[in-house]
Ligand binder design. Structure first.
Ligand SMILES: C[S@@+](CC[C@H](N)C(=O)[O-])C[C@H]1O[C@@H](n2cnc3c(N)ncnc32)[C@H](O)[C@@H]1O
Length: 328
């Protein structure tokens, strides 16, 4: 299925051919199409593979005709992957004066426009409750992404403006974007980074890239246990996926922790398995297999525990266990 931007381009291209005006610019094409007789407009609508003349008129062509300063910004957001509905939602927020032009410009500049689509849905005090029930954002959860509202709550709570926030498993860069929006400095890298906000780098290279004891806040959001079991765990070599996952996390932590300043904070965001499972026997003790090793892991790295948050999305699909510790 073509995305909204591809549809937008196809309409303009087909419009040029339909009107036989190959040299005309986008706005000229759109206003000529909007000026067509009803019957001709219907023919054109079907020609571009659409069924609704209303959709073409009020959703697609109206966007082409939107004047600066907001028009070009919204078209840039469309080109960045937004749907028509999302672009029009931003436009209505802007028209209601619920969204300032500078906010929109800044969000386009740093690529964080998606976060402008969610405000208002959260319960005002959700992050002050013992369990954070946060508003679901289906788009953000792709590839195990962190919901921007969680990133915002954590950065706001555990760092000050001007602080350096480091995220070496930054994925799509949610934490980096939020940190910059909130007046922090930010470093983001990921083994699959695309270089825009997030450099392509294995966590093993973090210390040589940024040095030791530079970060005020280190956010570590590693692949989940479920991902680990699917992609890394090899039953022919390992017995206990949980133990092996914990060791794997421990290695990542060892690689990243030297960048944290003394007194700096670590936020570890994980998704334990909640299914009842086999217990591990170790040193005569029976432990529940997953959470205990993770807690152990933090204590082994000599971090003072500060807080533990459980964050669950309103629709129950996402849950994150968030451990916060401080480097002595
Ligand atoms: C849970 S996702 C992080 C999602 C991110 N917080 C976001 O909101 O988009 C875990 C990330 O760890 C990255 N990763 C896995 N192994 C890595 C390694 N050795 N070094 C750096 N990044 C790694 C993956 O590419 C993935 O993007």
């Amino acid at each position: 299925m073509p995305n909204a931007h591809q549809v937008y381009q196809r309409v303009l291209q087909a419009g040029r051919a339909f009107l036989n005006r190959p040299e005309a610019d986008d706005q000229q094409i759109a206003s000529s199409l909007l000026g067509l007789e009803q019957a001709a407009f219907k023919v054109f609508t079907h020609q571009v593979g659409m069924t609704s003349t209303k959709h073409l008129r009020y959703t697609v062509l109206s966007l082409v005709c939107l004047e600066p300063p907001v028009g070009p910004l919204l078209r840039e957001i469309l080109a960045d992957g937004a749907s028509f509905a999302e672009v029009h939602r931003l436009l209505s927020r802007y028209r209601r004066r619920d969204l300032e032009l500078v906010e929109l410009q800044e969000a386009v500049r740093i690529g964080s426009w998606r976060s402008l689509l969610t405000p208002g849905q959260a319960q005002p005090d959700w992050a002050s409750k013992p369990v954070w029930i946060f508003p679901a954002n289906k788009r953000a959860r792709r590839l195990e992404g962190l919901n921007p509202v969680i990133a915002e709550a954590l950065i706001g709570r555990y760092s000050k403006p001007g602080a350096l926030v480091v995220d070496p498993m930054a994925g799509a860069g949610t934490v980096v974007k939020k940190a910059l929006e909130m007046g922090r400095q930010a470093w983001g890298s990921d083994i699959a980074g695309d270089g825009r906000l997030v450099r392509k780098m294995d966590i093993a290279g973090l210390v040589s890239a940024i040095g030791e004891e530079v970060a005020d806040l280190l956010v570590l959001h590693p692949p989940t246990f479920a991902w680990f079991v699917r992609k890394v765990f090899d039953p022919s070599v390992h017995d206990h996926p949980e133990t092996d996952y914990t060791n794997w996390l421990s290695q990542h932590l060892e690689r990243a922790l030297p960048v944290l300043k003394p007194g700096g904070r670590l936020i570890l965001i994980v998704r334990p398995e909640h299914k009842p499972r086999r217990l591990i026997r170790q040193d005569g003790l029976t432990r529940w297999a997953f959470v205990a090793p993770l807690e152990l892991l933090l204590s082994e790295h000599e971090l003072e525990p500060l807080h533990y948050h459980l964050a669950v999305s309103e629709d129950g699909v996402e849950d994150w266990s968030i451990f916060v510790g401080q480097k002595p």
